[in-house]
Design a protein around this ligand. Structure first.
Ligand code: GTP
Ligand code: MG
Length: 369
């Protein structure tokens, strides 16, 4: 490999990282007041970003940003301010990457109109969500002695009837209060599948962890991110680490760690969202143990010192393995090569640990659901 080849690699990794950092997935939310739009936004993000149960009605689109996903709570379609005939142009719906149509009972004429315009005519990803399924199940059991499965069938058929192109698989029955249950995890999986390239990566990275599939998808994005950081680290990492005869940029590792934590929901915001939305979870010693473990884990790697301890521990092995490989190169290149390998080893180890912590937390939420 020549210096030119290496420079090309560095350029490519930097461009990919930049594209990822700058990408936004724009997600429009359509639905009546009280259907649970804000609650769904929060559950997708795993963080309280939209006010819930607010009585204040707005006639404007409201935007909420979370880790590169922009949720836009759209105003009702077919009002005096937003007539149906110009709604799509006025609100620039062509610019959106996907739509979620939310209802807590049936579909309305404007929902059917927008589904037809956006999904059928323009082939935009459009997801129909029948929210508050938990309430429907309770009510149907109380009123008509229906089982959960019977209610699910009834509710699904009710929605399918409104739009001829719909089938069972295109309706998502959810409870924004229990995002590990019913079709909520599938909704997140299908939204990510509907996106392409960097937008797909961004959605997967930004969505909350409500299933094991989500963790697997996140791990793949995590590996890519580690590889970009490894190249960056090789490119600028020529400051020797004290006590180690290799060069690696600890600042790069700190940003990498922060990014991985965010992807796996290992943040105070997400922990507090889980505490607020999973009834009784804070009373269980298991949850508190996991929470403390996560807080310690985050703290340990939040400073250069913590990262250095781990690097020194990994150090010798990595150096020996790589010096031979890079022997034909001198000075900078040897150092860059080792910086690359160090960042990769550290990053992949960190990724495994983060995914494991995230899974422990998920299992705890599932067992309290
Ligand atoms: N049981 C249950 N309650 C829900 C669900 N989704 C939302 N809620 C509750 O329904 C109420 C309204 O939810 P919001 O998320 O504020 O609804 P919204 O569509 O954003 O309403 P506006 O902001 O007024 O348009 C709140 O009390 C939520 O907690 C659900 O799936 N199940
Ligand atoms: Mg709202």
């Amino acid at each position: 490999m020549s210096i030119e080849d290496i420079n090309d690699l560095i350029k490519e990794a930097k461009e990919k990282q930049k594209a990822f950092d700058e990408a936004t997935v724009k997600c429009g939310i359509i639905g009546l007041s009280g259907s649970g739009k804000s609650s769904l936004i929060n559950a997708i993000a795993g963080e309280r970003i939209a006010p819930v149960g607010s009585t204040e009605q707005t006639m404007e689109a409201q935007s909420f940003l979370h880790a590169g996903i922009e949720f836009v709570d759209l105003p009702g379609c077919g009002t005096e301010k937003w007539p149906q005939s110009t709604y799509i142009q006025d609100l620039e719906l062509e610019e959106y990457d996907c739509f979620i149509i939310v209802t807590s009972n049936r579909l309305y004429e404007s929902d059917i109109y927008l589904h037809d315009e956006m999904a059928t005519k323009r082939t935009k990803p459009c997801f129909i969500v029948r929210n508050k399924i938990d309430i429907a199940i309770q009510d149907e059991q109380h009123d008509n002695d229906l089982t959960e499965n019977e209610t699910i069938l009834k509710v699904t058929n009710n929605i399918i009837e409104s739009i001829s192109s719909l089938n069972k698989g295109s309706i998502y029955l959810t409870s924004a209060r229990q995002p590990t249950k019913w079709d909520f995890p599938k909704l997140l999986g299908d939204i990510s599948d509907s996106q392409e390239g960097v937008k797909q990566e961004k959605f997967i990275a930004g969505m909350a962890v409500w299933s094991k599939e989500a963790i697997e998808k996140k791990r793949k994005i995590g590996l890519k991110i580690v590889s970009w950081f490894a190249v960056t680290s090789a490119a600028n990492g020529l400051n020797p680490v004290p006590g180690l005869d290799v060069a690696v940029d600890a600042g790069v590792l700190l940003s990498m760690v922060k990014k991985i934590n965010e992807i796996f929901g290992l943040t105070e915001e997400q922990l507090s969202y889980i505490e607020k939305t999973t009834p009784g979870i804070t009373d269980t010693p298991e949850f508190n143990g996991i929470k403390q473990g996560i807080i310690k884990f985050i703290a340990k790697y939040a400073a250069v010192e913590g990262i250095l301890i781990v690097l020194r521990r990994m150090g010798t092995k990595v150096v020996i393995k790589n010096t031979t490989k890079f022997l034909p190169f001198v000075g900078q290149l040897v150092s860059a090569g080792i910086g690359y390998k160090m960042t990769t080893s550290f990053g992949e180890t960190y990724l495994d640990e983060a995914a494991e912590k995230s899974e422990l937390l998920l299992l705890e939420v599932l067992s309290n659901g």
